[in-house]
Design a protein around this ligand. Structure first.
Ligand code: IPE
Ligand code: IPE
Ligand code: MG
Length: 262
């Protein structure tokens, strides 16, 4: 596959002009249970999940989806047993070493969101290097959320705005939704259109709280290592059949030229 190769057909009966999401956000859940069902340690499941990441990147590239944001490690996941946290960090470091060349070749712009100061220096260095190296790529923006929490994100945006006020550069009266949005992670991307969570639980678990205000939610019982092309195609097909109203009435959405002021 090369950057900007022609859009591939999906294994569904979606029409060629179907409106696919511009931005997909995924909570990659269920690795631990996947491994435990096989009598293996939870970390075996985390390793098995790496191939599903590659598959999702491939499908997004094939479908010309602009942005894919993956929840890899939450602010709360630090509270897991030290052994599991250590194994996850090792896996993350190894994945950075192994995958960045190919992602770069495919034209993927790699980004990371989350509290970096909590991560080990070698990991931070590789993250910085990968971001710098892939910064000019345009085929897909792949964001990995690591040490990320939606509440952390809102708090860091508030802190930045408060600092601007303290420095005399911002009038508090100017702090509106747009000003907060400018300081949230992913501010330069369209809001996620489709949120997918594997693993059977129906919750957001502190993922993109601010950015998901009007995101379409889609859940599957499939555990992350079992999530495959057919499941992803189902999520996309389901998305294309939804009516997104953003607070308007169905009639307004059907007749967009009249708009909200008709
Ligand atoms: C998701 O899988 C990966 C991380 C949260 C790091 P889990 O490790 O949460 O797997 P389950 O949900 O316990 O099966
Ligand atoms: C959400 O999964 C975080 C990631 C997938 C990185 P969790 O397994 O941590 O979520 P909860 O604890 O079931 O809500
Ligand atoms: Mg879980």
């Amino acid at each position: 596959m090369t950057a900007h190769a022609p859009r591939q057909p999906l294994p569904t009966d979606l029409p060629a002009d179907a409106r696919l999401p511009r931005h997909i956000a995924i909570v990659m859940d269920g690795n631990g249970r996947w491994a435990q069902r096989r009598g293996r340690p939870r970390t075996f499941g985390h390793r098995a999940g790496a191939k599903t990441v590659r598959l999702c990147v491939r499908v997004c590239l094939e479908q010309h989806i602009e942005a894919l944001t993956l929840f890899a490690f939450s602010s709360e996941n630090w509270k897991r047993p030290q052994e599991e946290v250590g194994a996850l960090m090792k896996l993350f470091l190894r994945s950075l070493d192994r995958e960045v060349d190919e992602l770069h070749e495919y034209g993927v712009r790699l980004r990371f969101i989350g509290e970096r100061s909590t991560l080990a220096v070698p990991i931070r260095q590789r993250m910085d290097a990968a971001e710098r190296r892939t910064a000019a790529n345009t085929a897909l923006t792949l964001t990995i959320a690591i040490s990320y929490g939606g509440r952390w994100d809102i708090a860091q945006a508030c802190r930045t705005l408060a600092q601007c006020v303290a420095d005399g550069k911002l009038d508090p009266i100017a702090i509106d939704e747009a000003a907060v949005a400018r300081h949230m992670a992913l501010a330069d991307l369209p809001a996620p259109d489709l949120f997918i969570r594997t693993g059977g639980d129906h919750r957001i678990s502190n993922f993109l709280l601010w950015q998901s205000a009007y995101t379409e939610l889609w859940f599957t019982d499939a555990l992350w290592p079992d999530f495959d092309r057919a499941e992803l195609s189902r999520a996309l097909a389901d998305f294309t059949a939804r009516e997104r109203r953003f607070g308007l009435t169905g009639a307004q959405v059907d007749a967009p030229s009249q708009g909200a002021c008709a």
